[in-house]
Design a protein around this ligand. Structure first.
Ligand SMILES: [Zn+2]
Length: 426
């Protein structure tokens, strides 16, 4: 299968200027960027006039099935929200609920230009199944909450996920271990999880230093911040994707940089839950790798990466009183290249470059809020809307064309969501 995108302005994210170029796709990979070879015959030709082609956005931290809890419990303190609202309703969720919650989120993510995401939740096999059907790239992690007494069964779920799903669905699915957070896993259990990562050679996806209370409790209990404590336990010997990192001690910055921890910034969720603003500008200038996520729809309440990119740039400027920090291109890097690296897919996605996987979105530039077209990286960060994404290609397959989803039956999904949410809140 050969595809050609013609006449689009191309933002490759390789540092090259944005200019009109042709992009050739053969099967699942990008064959060329520039001019098509003489006599090149494509099976499918996209007319890209008036559009910008760019790498698909990477949502580096979410809980996709939490779309089932969207606008269910809002405006509450973090601990009350989590323990009194979220956890009790999650008790009622089984595989069917997770499948349809994921499918709803997959539709939302594709429509807003997300082509890959890192997920942490439970019944993760259902998340993998729905993602393969939707054609969306996903790194799954079964959320692990545990104490040393009853850990084996929980670790076996991750082992089974790895055997059943890792690099399946045309390599759309990869598997990580998902210890929820230092405050929900004891040290003995975390040590077992770290051992499992060594055994399977898989990365870790976790939450770190999200709230002030978490850091205060950790200092009281261990004499160390959550980041210092995870370092002490050996977590960072593995590729680690650490969501949040809002409340940081001075020493934490060095630990995160030296151990190449992938911090995922979730600005909407941190703001909405009253957890604060991550010091992203300082993290970046300290040499820490930072990407962007939406977190779940229960604390955001959408999966709109354009909104998160916009907030990332604005919050960094506002919180440092410096409008020059996190310029537009850097914010886009966080949502593409850095996200790809966080998912351990830095050599495969995140840029438009020959040999890489064809995860490409086309953004409609012919919109009043995007005119005139001076600096298109600034247009994307400060002016674009998720609804400007018109066409989405993942792994060389068209999953949305001119705004129409090709892989997901939205009406059926809505029907199932109505059925499930009725049961959940009964
Ligand atoms: Zn989260």
């Amino acid at each position: 299968m050969k595809m050609l995108i013609k006449n689009a302005k191309v933002l490759t994210m390789t540092g090259e200027p944005i200019e009109k170029q042709e992009i050739g796709i053969e099967n699942d990979r990008i064959a060329f960027v520039g001019n098509a070879p003489d006599g090149y015959e494509a099976d499918v030709v996209f007319e890209g006039e008036g559009h910008l082609a760019m790498p698909g956005l990477v949502n580096a931290h979410t809980h996709s099935s939490m779309s089932l809890l969207r606008n269910y419990a809002d405006d509450l303190p973090f601990w009350e929200w989590l323990t009194e609202k979220v956890w009790p309703i999650e008790e009622k969720m089984g595989p069917d609920e997770i499948y349809w919650g994921t499918m709803l989120s997959n539709a939302e993510m594709i429509k807003s230009g997300i082509t890959a995401y890192a997920d942490m939740y439970f019944y993760s096999a259902e998340t993998a199944k729905a993602s393969v059907e939707a054609g969306l790239r996903c790194s799954i992690a079964q959320g692990l909450i545990g104490s040393s007494a009853k850990d084996k069964e929980k670790l076996d779920v991750t082992r089974q996920l790895f055997q059943d799903w890792h690099m399946t669905g045309d390599e759309l699915i990869t598997v990580m271990a998902g210890p929820h957070a230092p405050y929900t896993c004891d040290d003995a259990f975390l040590t077992k999880v770290i051992e499992l990562c060594s055994e399977l050679n898989i990365p870790i996806h976790t939450h770190l230093s999200e709230s002030e209370k978490e850091v205060k409790d950790s200092l009281e209990k261990h004499g160390r911040s959550p980041i210092q404590h995870m370092h002490h336990l050996g977590m960072f010997n593995h590729h680690t994707l650490a969501a949040h990192c809002v409340h940081l001690l001075d020493e934490d910055f060095d630990i995160l940089r030296e151990n190449k921890v992938h911090v995922v910034h979730n600005p909407s969720s941190n703001l909405k839950l009253g957890n604060g603003i991550s010091p992203v500008s300082r993290l970046l200038s300290s040499g820490v790798r930072v990407s962007i996520g939406t977190d779940g729809s229960s604390s955001n309440n959408n999966l709109n990466m354009f909104e998160e990119i916009h907030l990332t740039a604005l919050l960094a400027k506002g919180s440092t009183h410096d409008p020059a920090v996190v310029p537009a291109y850097q914010a886009l890097e966080m949502a593409t290249k850095n996200g790809a690296e966080a998912l351990n897919l830095g050599t495969e996605i995140g840029m438009i470059q020959p040999g890489m996987k064809a995860d490409i979105i086309l953004v409609d530039l012919e919109q009043p809020h995007l005119y005139p077209h001076y600096q298109l990286d600034a247009s994307l960060v400060y002016s674009a809307q998720a609804s400007d994404v018109r066409t989405v290609i993942i792994n060389g397959k068209i999953v949305m064309e001119k705004g129409e989803l090709k892989t997901i039956d939205l009406e059926k999904t809505y029907h199932e969501i109505r059925r499930i949410t009725k049961m959940l809140v009964d």
